[in-house]
Design a binder for this molecule. Structure first.
Ligand code: NAP
Length: 295
């Protein structure tokens, strides 16, 4: 069994991005600028946004964090988005999800300029991704592809089961694994909460990608010997014995599944750090595109 070390690979990617930024600086070019909007003060969301901003610093990007109160109206948030769309200094921006109940998430995603949509959630970008066109691929699925590619894991003709069909992870992941090329060319099954006999479906998979958010859902007896297992799940489980009052775990019973898997991602240290690295990669791409438009 080999661990898919997202921490190490994400650091490699950040080093590559930092090198590209250094070249931009040396050439007197503008460096990429990422903005992140967060509404409210959800602990996990603040942690994620904080990590994204810190990662920008690490690679030499400029970053702007816009923190809005939990009571922000939809109109106010749409106004902030319109300003970011218009601001030529901002190459890309994200709106951290989930949003408070008074705000329609779909409306917000639709308001983002697709050329600045580095999360890849806008229907224009999602459609381009599904049609094999060059675009921003949502960061978490993009990170999974990158792990498969950098560990040179054969995907062609493999049976892949993606558990979960969220718009940000499961759905794009299943489309990407079925695309022509590498990584891709898989025979994909998309499983979800209504899937019957899900244990049997998962047991047939050469590659299991789990994005459901239920701790330890995937047990060793569900997984084929030698399967590749990618665990996207991140759940905070309350635990008073821990300093933070919780511990982080994934969807996979790592201890036992790792004994059967050929490759497996740990949680933490697998998919999570890759997500941030790929957001940076999308932002670099946005900058390069904007730069090319101006020349
Ligand atoms: P989500 O929007 O809640 O979607 C969960 C999916 O799991 C849904 O499609 C749901 O099916 C399915 N599901 C729920 N219970 C199930 C069951 N018993 N059997 C089979 N399928 C079931 O979640 P998400 O945003 O995709 O996130 C999933 C997990 O990944 C969470 O733990 C989240 O924190 C984590 N995550 C991690 C990263 C990272 O960077 N590592 C990034 C994003 C998310 P239905 O569609 O039928 O309801």
């Amino acid at each position: 069994m080999e661990i898919l070390d997202g921490k190490r690979v994400s650091n490699d990617i950040k080093d590559e991005i930092a090198e590209a930024v250094k070249k931009m600086k040396d050439n007197g070019e503008k460096v990429p600028h990422l903005a992140a909007v967060i509404v409210g003060n959800d602990g996990a969301s603040l942690t994620y946004v904080g990590s994204k901003v810190r990662a920008c610093k690490r690679v030499g990007f400029e970053s702007t964090l816009i923190q809005l109160p939990n009571t922000t109206s939809e109109v106010e948030l749409l106004k902030t988005i319109a300003e970011l769309n218009e601001n030529p200094d901002i190459d890309g921006f994200i709106v951290q999800l989930p949003l408070p109940d008074q705000i329609d998430t779909q409306k917000v995603i639709m308001a983002i300029d697709p050329n600045k949509d580095v999360d890849g959630f806008h229907p224009t970008n999602f459609g381009k991704m599904a049609l094999d066109m060059s675009t921003f691929i949502p960061a978490t699925p993009f990170g999974n592809l990158e792990l498969l590619e950098r560990y040179n894991i054969e995907t062609q003709g493999k049976r892949t089961v993606v558990v979960g069909r969220s718009h940000s992870v499961g759905r794009p992941m299943s489309i990407l694994m079925g695309r022509k090329g590498f990584p891709g060319n898989c025979t994909v099954t998309q499983a979800h909460s209504r899937t019957k006999n899900i244990e049997d479906v998962i047991a047939e998979a050469d590659i299991v990608i789990s994005a459901l958010g239920i701790p330890q859902f995937i047990k060793a007896d569900m997984v084929k010997e030698g399967a590749v297992v990618i665990d996207v799940g991140i759940t905070r489980v309350p635990d008073e014995t821990k300093e933070k009052g919780y511990y982080i775990t994934g969807d996979v019973d790592y201890e036992n599944v790792s004994k059967k898997a050929s490759y497996i991602t740990p949680v933490p240290g697998g998919v999570g750090p890759m997500t941030i690295a790929m957001l940076l990669k999308n932002t670099l791409l946005a900058r390069e595109r904007h730069g090319a438009e101006l020349t």
